[in-house]
Write a protein that binds this ligand. Structure first.
Ligand SMILES: [Zn+2]
Length: 98
């Protein structure tokens, strides 16, 4: 069971899951928590949001993705991406997951 990283709504197993891939900025390391959901603090929102840490042997990691945010809708995804553009100390980049 995931929660939307933007509005915190629960996302059911049978509901479509949208995700935003992120690449961490220099010095950000969650390698001790691979495959787990960690709380990441967003300065622009002044709150922590759940992020899934990509495992080292996954396809996502090979594609340079370090983590992902699950969101419940495209609308929440757009708001999340806008917030991420302000979090340059934490995230180097992000993209929509196909
Ligand atoms: Zn949402």
């Amino acid at each position: 069971m995931f929660r939307c990283a933007w509005c915190m709504k629960k996302i059911g197993d049978n509901e479509p899951l949208h995700a935003i891939d992120v690449k961490f900025a220099e010095g950000i390391d969650y390698s001790d928590e691979e495959g787990e959901i960690v709380q990441v603090y967003l300065n622009s929102r002044q709150t922590s949001v759940p992020m899934i840490v990509t495992t080292a042997d996954s396809e996502a990691k090979k594609n340079g993705q370090d983590g992902l945010f699950a969101v419940c809708s495209k609308a929440c995804g757009e708001k999340m991406k806008t917030a991420l553009t302000k979090e340059i100390d934490t995230f180097k980049g992000f993209s929509d997951m196909a």
